[in-house]
Design a protein around this ligand. Sequence first.
Ligand SMILES: *[C@@H]1O[C@H](CO)[C@@H](O)[C@H](O)[C@H]1NC(C)=O
Ligand SMILES: *[C@@H]1O[C@H](CO)[C@@H](O)[C@H](O)[C@H]1NC(C)=O
Ligand SMILES: *[C@@H]1O[C@H](CO)[C@@H](O)[C@H](O)[C@H]1NC(C)=O
Ligand SMILES: *[C@@H]1O[C@H](CO)[C@@H](O)[C@H](O)[C@H]1NC(C)=O
Ligand SMILES: *[C@@H]1O[C@H](CO)[C@@H](O)[C@H](O)[C@H]1NC(C)=O
Ligand SMILES: *[C@@H]1O[C@H](CO)[C@@H](O)[C@H](O)[C@H]1NC(C)=O
Ligand SMILES: *[C@@H]1O[C@H](CO)[C@@H](O)[C@H](O)[C@H]1NC(C)=O
Ligand SMILES: *[C@@H]1O[C@H](CO)[C@@H](O)[C@H](O)[C@H]1NC(C)=O
Length: 646
Amino acid sequence: MRSTMLKIRLLLLLLAFFLAPRPSLSREPYALRISCGARNDIHSPPRNTLWYKDFSYTGGIPTNATRPSTISPSLETLRYFPFSEGPENCYNINRIPHGHYLVRIYFGLVAEPSFDNEPLFDVSIEGTLIYSLPSGWSNQDDERAYVEALIFLKDGTASLCFHSTGHGDPAILAIEILQIGNRAYYFGRGYGQGTILRTDRRLNCGANDSKFGVDYSADHWGGDRFWKSLQTFELGSARAISTLNGIKKASQSPNFYPEAIYRTALVSSDSEPDLAYTMEVEPTRNYSLWLHFAEIDPSITGAGQRVFDILINGDNMFQDVDIVKMAEGVNSALVLNTTVVVSGRSLTITLRPTKGTGAIINAIELLELVSAESKTFPNEIKALQRLKSTLGLPLRFGWNGDPCVPKQHPWSGVDCQYDRNISKYVIDGLGLDNQGLRGFLPNDVSRFRHLQSINLSGNSISGPIPSSLGTINSLEILDLSFNLFNGSIPESLGQLTSLRILDLNGNSLSGKVPVALGGRLLHGASFNFTDNAGLCGFPGLPPCGAHLSAGAKIGIGLGACLLFLLIVTCLTCWWKRRQNILRSQRIAARVAPYAKARTSLNRDVQMTRNYGHENARTAAENGPSLLALIQIWDLVSKLGMHIHIL
Ligand SMILES: *[C@@H]1O[C@H](CO)[C@@H](O)[C@H](O)[C@H]1NC(C)=O
Ligand SMILES: *[C@@H]1O[C@H](CO)[C@@H](O)[C@H](O)[C@H]1NC(C)=O
Ligand SMILES: *[C@@H]1O[C@H](CO)[C@@H](O)[C@H](O)[C@H]1NC(C)=O
Ligand SMILES: *[C@@H]1O[C@H](CO)[C@@H](O)[C@H](O)[C@H]1NC(C)=O
Ligand SMILES: *[C@@H]1O[C@H](CO)[C@@H](O)[C@H](O)[C@H]1NC(C)=O
Ligand SMILES: *[C@@H]1O[C@H](CO)[C@@H](O)[C@H](O)[C@H]1NC(C)=O
Ligand SMILES: *[C@@H]1O[C@H](CO)[C@@H](O)[C@H](O)[C@H]1NC(C)=O
Ligand SMILES: *[C@@H]1O[C@H](CO)[C@@H](O)[C@H](O)[C@H]1NC(C)=O
């Protein structure tokens, strides 16, 4: 009975397993839309798109927006980042599933007359500089109203940063993070996490209007791309044609292009068979070029009737392109892609017929290949963030995003170095001198494993010097002068074998300077301990125990008396011995047989003298007199301590 019940349950479980919905590409892609500066979540016309409010994603100031372009989403607010909040400001978006994303950032203009129109700034995604807004962006063509990049997000977060360049405050209208296929825009070698594709433009040839994918009811996995209409080419009197027929092979993996972009095209006229189009590009960059074709001209009915070469900047990239043959029929999509290295400021596409009638093109996509930056070692970012809070770093520092990248915009006061071993940036210097800092140095400052130099001179940092500083083996320069540090100098600083400069002057430090530091003096290290509350036990400082209790003073007094007695006794002994020798010499001078013995004695004395002299000279050369001094200091201070304990 029980066993049949068990079997039934097992069967049900198995059934449930097989009937359970399985994740597949047909599921909806992840999509997050943010309306910057909005107080509430918003649904925007015309398609009731949901935009989340941006509360808690970032700093900055929310205000009313002017949309610079007709393609900007119809949102009323934006967020801007005044320079007083630091040169780097970011949106940090968490809990993004691993995947490939189209990230789009719309720019806005602050709707206040007092604001300088059109801020110019740099945009980075995940530490990689993607775009620098060109002047005139707000009154040029539509595509300049946003920046778009295709990027793999693997660590569950997206960091979108805006870097001031001194031309107005960055102002952000909206952000879209839309998942796309893992092989979307696969262009061959170099594709993957090391490369980010920035969309330069998408042109829908022969279309009357510019449209988003959503306007074409495109597949959501396409990332709702914007297609700008292009109605003519400058060379050849190109003619726009269109069709209402369905297009085969259009909305296919991995890119899911909207069918509509193939329903229009530009074809060459009879008088001028070549088609040519020139785009302005950034010099010495690499681009991925995607060309779209579908034979929609009713006059072409089969293979071999229209064959052309495709030249990019004069180089023949595709020879004898026969759309009907390659796409296996008319009204069927063909996509060709190639990587272009441009040296000049322009990229020209030429379609040159080789057989049959003229050329045709339906759409063009140009994407810039951007090498993804390595990021900073996460442990050291955490250490900097902790420092930011314990030192109460002023707002103007910013310190948002990644400390080292983009390389053009590192955090101020932070020096970075690329560590090939871990393929990450590490922090090798902190220079926060004279910045009006308060607060304290946290003990986990030792998380900076690669620091060579720290300068916090001229602030108001208080509390103890963390002993963990002694574990940063690479530290060469430690300047904490003119602060309010108190307590004693941690013994651990003596372990810093690379230390060259230690400036602790102008604090409230007290107690004994670590003896081990004395060893560094021999290697030419420079120390400054002056102007403190009561440091002792180092050359140039008073010996420790100078301010002792009455009991200790009596102890020292007694010790001194004993020492004096000892010296007096020794001197007396020596004098007496000498008198004896002199007397015996006088006797020997009178008695001849003793003469030989006298000379040998004289030689002995001389040899001892020479030997002693030699010793002193080598000692002076090696400089241990200093060491001896330190040792005596140490001895005296230990004596003081012992007496104190007594
Ligand atoms: C934004 O505009 C609304 C009216 O549309 C107004 O009530 C509000 O005060 C404006 N906010 C700012 C910061 O100017
Ligand atoms: C782009 O072209 C490369 C060869 O140049 C090809 O391997 C790749 O499959 C093409 N990508 C797509 C999505 O067709
Ligand atoms: C574009 O507009 C012209 C003139 O209004 C019209 O003849 C043509 O059909 C339109 N094309 C498309 C694709 O709608
Ligand atoms: C462009 O690609 C070439 C190799 O094809 C590479 O050597 C060069 O560094 C790339 N340039 C940029 C700016 O990415
Ligand atoms: C990198 O690794 C090599 C050998 O593994 C080592 O000698 C070198 O010190 C390391 N460099 C850094 C910066 O850690
Ligand atoms: C630290 O900064 C101060 C103030 O700018 C400067 O005078 C000092 O030389 C710096 N210390 C070192 C060790 O470079
Ligand atoms: C250091 O100063 C703080 C107050 O600023 C005080 O609480 C602490 O006891 C002092 N430490 C020492 C060792 O004097
Ligand atoms: C140490 O610092 C003091 C100021 O606190 C300065 O006057 C002195 O010259 C410095 N000594 C050395 C050796 O640099």
